[in-house]
Design a protein around this ligand. Structure first.
Ligand SMILES: Cc1ncc(C[n+]2csc(CCOP(=O)(O)OP(=O)(O)O)c2C)c(N)n1
Ligand SMILES: [Mg+2]
Length: 314
């Protein structure tokens, strides 16, 4: 399977899983789909039949709320049956809303933001101490980078010269309720990581060639590497792109689900079958004038009503 095909499948499964369960975070899944797809097709050395292979590359989705993306990638790579994806977020399912290590292929449970890089740095240090060849990859959100623990881990990894550790920041400039720069400080991510002693690569995180080139350029120079990947939250479904509503809202029955599926179906890469709606949705429900599209759904004004960005004050 090509990375483009896997990315499409991640998006399609993500829509179905959140639709069926009423689960959140589809915007975050669509944002990270290309990063996860390139990693799982071209970068990570993993063996689906032997998920605990000691020399497998480690992977941690530190922004664990986008777990559906990893579940879809693992199922498509053959770690567990694709059918099981439908149990996402259901009582008794192994596919909890946030990433769970109870699934084959998952190295670390996440969901409480800010912890994945610390765990990943520990795995990378262990590999070095034991003379093992595997690498550790950790995907973080840009909002997650507000967590102080990320920077403790960043110092640790630089200090121990963990050049077998690669972090990727899904830099979509949004978090759960608003844009990052309207939530807390918006540090220039590349400069900040560089200041912490890391190699910094930059890429378009929704462009597979750009991602491929970046992963191929990770140096081996006694420094950990971060890839700051510019992405679009909600990427691939026009009415979800950069609308904070879709951090928590799921595609409801009716035009939301129909239009999302139709858009994806029309853009499916050659050789990909839609597992849920093989012929697409021939007569989709369409939004009417009451549909909640393109409105400002940001919330920061409600919790700091008098605060303004410098350019807004001018
Ligand atoms: C420690 C912690 N605080 C708050 C949350 C609630 N929460 C879930 S997702 C999210 C926003 C994350 O934004 P970002 O890291 O930018 O990820 P994105 O969805 O934009 O990819 C927040 C605050 C959490 N999961 N963990
Ligand atoms: Mg973000």
């Amino acid at each position: 399977m090509t990375s483009e095909q896997l990315a499409w499948k991640i998006r399609r499964h993500g829509i179905e899983m959140t639709h069926l369960s009423g689960g959140s975070h589809i915007g975050a899944v669509l944002s990270v789909a290309d990063i996860v797809a390139v990693l799982y097709t071209e970068v990570l050395r993993v063996v689906p039949q032997e998920p605990d292979w000691p020399d497998r590359d480690r992977f941690i989705l530190s922004k664990g709320h986008a777990g559906a993306a990893v579940y879809a990638a693992l199922a498509e790579r053959g770690f567990f049956p694709v059918e099981e994806l439908k149990t996402h977020y259901q009582n008794g399912s192994k596919l909890s809303g946030h990433v769970s290590h109870h699934l084959p292929g998952v190295d670390f449970s996440t969901g409480s933001l800010g912890h994945g890089l610390s765990a990943g740095a520990g795995m990378a240090l262990t590999a070095r101490q034991n003379g093992r060849p595997y690498r550790t990859f950790v995907v973080l959100g840009d909002g997650e980078c507000n967590e102080g623990s990320v920077w403790e881990a960043a110092q640790f990894a630089a200090y121990f010269q963990l050049d077998n550790l690669v972090a990727v920041v899904d830099h979509n400039q949004m978090q759960s309720l608003d844009r990052c720069d309207k939530t807390l400080s918006s540090v220039p991510l590349a400069d900040t990581w560089r200041g912490f002693g890391w190699n910094v690569l930059e890429a378009d995180g929704n462009d597979h060639d750009s991602l491929r080139a970046a992963f191929a350029a990770v140096p081996k120079n006694a420094k950990p590497t971060v890839l700051v990947a510019k992405t679009v939250k909600g990427k691939g479904i026009s009415f979800m792109e950069m609308d904070i509503l879709w951090h928590y809202r799921f595609p409801h029955e009716g035009w939301e689900y129909d239009c999302a599926v139709r858009e994806l179906w029309e853009k499916r890469p050659a050789g990909v079958e839609d597992p849920y709606t093989p012929r697409g949705i021939p007569s989709p429900a369409l939004p009417d004038e009451k549909a909640d599209i393109g409105h400002d759904h940001t919330l920061s004004a409600t919790y700091h009503p008098t605060w303004r960005l410098p350019e807004e004050k001018a």
